[in-house]
Write a protein that binds this ligand. Sequence first.
Ligand code: AMP
Length: 212
Amino acid sequence: MNLILLGAPGAGKGTQAELLTKQLSIPAISTGNMLREAMANGSDLGQKVKKFMDEGSLVPDDVILDIVAERVAQADCTDGYILDGMPRTLPQAEALDSRNIKIDHVISIEVDDALIENRMTGRRVCSKCGASYHVIANPPKAEGICDQCQSSLMIRKDDTPDTVRHRLQVYHQQTEVLKDYYAKCGKLRIIDGNQSIEDANRKILEAIGAKV
Ligand code: AMP
């Protein structure tokens, strides 16, 4: 099963991707995590995308398409995968189609803009594996430490209020249009992301007809 998680920054895509990857036994592919890792390694890719990521703008489509095409061709993706944060533009969605990358369900997690900024100030991410936490809604077992790999948690550089506002704008201007694109082909499943992580997760599993 190939899934896309769509939604504004802070809607809970990363958190749901982590749950779904365990429940469905398919990998989660987060373009944001891949790019942050490239920046941390100081690779050519990391240097190329730093400016865009820091200001909360989108990285050029061709860069994203190259890293996603390479990742989905890997052996662990044969039974399916979860795209978290990709596609984010119409050309990215069209490129998936033209490369015959079949998508079964597109899950749009919807959260009121007013709630997003609040959520972002409490977000913490693992500096190594990218796992996502929230100091109140989804705290790690030990403060500041990742449950999964025991590395230290950090605040993302693009989670500052100004950058979050810009990222929300980018979402509404460039990504939200994908809801229509996928509604037209009957693949769009809308999930209320204002509810608890567990409830949203249950609704997602129901929407894609998964029995776990
Ligand atoms: P995320 O972790 O999904 O919030 O992504 C963080 C940042 O990575 C975004 O603000 C963009 O700069 C970049 N990025 C991640 N995925 C994409 C994508 N599909 N297209 C363009 N830029 C992306």
